[in-house]
Design a protein around this ligand. Sequence first.
Ligand code: F6R
Length: 241
Amino acid sequence: MQVFVYKNAEEVARAAATVFAAEIFKKPDCVLGLATGSTPVPLYKELARMNHEGLIDFSRVRTYNLDEYVGLDPAHVCSYRRFMNENLFDHINIDKANTHVPCGIGADHEADAKAYDAAVEAAGGIDLQLLGIGHNGHIGFNEPNDVFVYPTNVITLTQSTIDANARFFDSADDVPRQAISLGVGGIMNARRVVLLATGEGKAKAIRDSIKGNIDPKVPASILRAHQNVQFFLDEGAASLL
Ligand code: F6R
């Protein structure tokens, strides 16, 4: 594991964008694992800028997002499909047919979860996985648990996650209680993982992930067992290290 600390969120975004650009140069049809939430937004802006300036070409890139809320139609203003379109895909020359977000409205979520893992595998696996981290140490929507859950699965969100994500909804009551998320196995199978964390609010989760035991109560701690993982932090997120 490598940990890099930058002055602020903009510097984190610039550094992470370099990693993504390098991956796309190296492998123009690479498979990117993508995340939603506030943290990657500056990175997505930077990637869109680089694409507009002709520095990177997304035309053959394939993407698989980490998660989606159960019950939200892709067109819903808070769906992660819509988030990805509005924050990245609408601003780059990617073929939307090559972009994938778990389906939260299928008739059989378990079958959809299995199919998602199979699709990632059929695509050749994830070359570069982007992660944020929850205040409780979650990655994707893999919440603190007694065991690590490896396959893509339906997850009941903790109150901490519901409260943290309420800012995107009219109220906490409107936050869906379940999500479908790439499992810990899908994340660990990625050939490279880059986790971004910005702000002091993430400092405890970062400290527990890096300095505590590998423990399913802190899901991000499993990343320490990954061969090729980098944490890109700003000074706030690194303040308890
Ligand atoms: C989102 C995701 C989550 C977020 C995490 C941090 O696709 O997988 O694990 O990365 O909840 O969210 P922000 O960046 O909004 O603090």
